[in-house]
Design a protein around this ligand. Structure first.
Ligand code: 2P0
Length: 319
């Protein structure tokens, strides 16, 4: 935009999300256009709360969880670069303050909720009056998965086909599933050596196995729609678990190899498979890190808390 009028304050919350059909691979790295569509469920109250105001120091400022970030840190540069997409001719510096309430122990990425909350706050601050669909497409430019965090509940990020990316945005499925639970299992909080952005690029460029990924993802997306439509938990869990492991298979087949698992991750997978063999309906999914996220239903919460004492349980559809 060329003419932008800043208000006094923009403020918004956006939830984190867990993909059941993963986003892995870009067809355009500038715009974060994905090679495949993905589908996620949002994490209710866990996410990012962001406030945008005028900066009083004459320079852009970025504060994260109350701590001022150095202007040349990777985080502050990404935030300021994103703000600059929307400030038009306005030179006025801004203060962006974000609080993440995602337990760091769960090792969840905060870029999805972070860029979604920032986009929502900028929409208010600069009076952009964007629709939800436009907000989703814009948030995507900060981080692909942020396109999904504009909405709550089950959300599909449609890959789109246009070169300008304006048809690559999320939509909400509006299919509440009150009994669904997500369990966050902490394996380690150590920072990963290869972030998702670099990891997916390496996979696309070096893994022949990646050729099969778009087919796997398309088939899984269809199964997930079916599972959500019929509240078929077994189909949902099986599809999500196989999708996550298929994505990891493409990472492992990259060069240099990309294995985000730690011994504790593998131990947790075996535990899930053992519990399932004993009749408990529990499945897992994993992202570009060592931590495991469980999928189960409310009726099994007590049994899972016994098996995983430090489990953080999220009810995506309870108010
Ligand atoms: C997902 N991940 O669908 C997948 C699964 C990680 C593994 O979206 O480069 O931080 O900013 O677009 O969004 C993490 O990737 O990557 C992610 P960029 P992003 O949740």
């Amino acid at each position: 935009p060329a003419t932008v009028v800043a208000g006094e304050r923009g403020e918004a919350f956006a939830p984190s999300n867990i993909a059941l059909c993963k986003y892995w691979g870009k067809r355009d790295r500038e715009l974060n256009l994905p090679i495949n569509a993905s589908l996620s469920v949002s994490l209710a109250h866990l996410g990012s709360h962001t406030i945008v105001t005028e900066s009083d120091t004459g320079a852009d400022r970025v504060v994260l969880n109350g701590i001022e970030q150095s202007t040349d840190s990777k985080f502050a540069r990404k935030v300021v670069e994103f703000v600059s997409l929307f400030r038009g001719d306005l030179q006025q510096p801004v203060l962006v303050s974000t609080e993440n309430n995602i337990p760091t122990a769960a090792g969840l990425a905060s870029s999805a909720s972070g860029f979604a909350a920032l986009m929502l706050a900028l929409n208010q601050f600069y009076n952009l009056n964007l629709t939800d669909i436009e907000l989703s497409a814009c948030a995507r430019m900060g981080s692909g998965s942020a396109s999904r965090s504009i909405f709550t509940g089950f959300v599909e990020w449609q890959m789109g086909h246009r070169d300008d990316g304006m048809d690559s945005h999320a939509i909400v499925l509006d299919k509440p599933w009150p009994d669904l639970r997500i369990g966050l299992v902490k394996v380690t909080t150590a920072e990963k050596k290869v972030d998702s952005r670099a990891g997916m690029q390496r996979t696309v460029e070096s893994a022949h196995l990646y050729q099969s990924w778009p087919l796997q993802a398309a088939a899984d997306l269809e199964k997930l729609h079916l599972a959500i439509g019929q509240q078929d938990f077994m189909l949902l869990g099986e599809t999500a678990e196989q999708n996550a492991l298929s994505m990891h298979a493409t990472m492992i087949a990259s060069w240099p190899p990309l294995l985000y698992w730690q011994p504790e991750s593998v131990a947790a997978m075996h535990k899930v498979w053992d519990l399932r063999a004993q009749g408990l309906q529990v499945y897992f999914t994993m992202d570009a890190g060592p931590n495991i996220k469980l999928l189960f239903q409310q009726q099994d919460e007590a049994a899972l808390l016994e098996a995983f004492p430090e489990l953080e349980v999220v009810a995506p559809f309870s108010s």
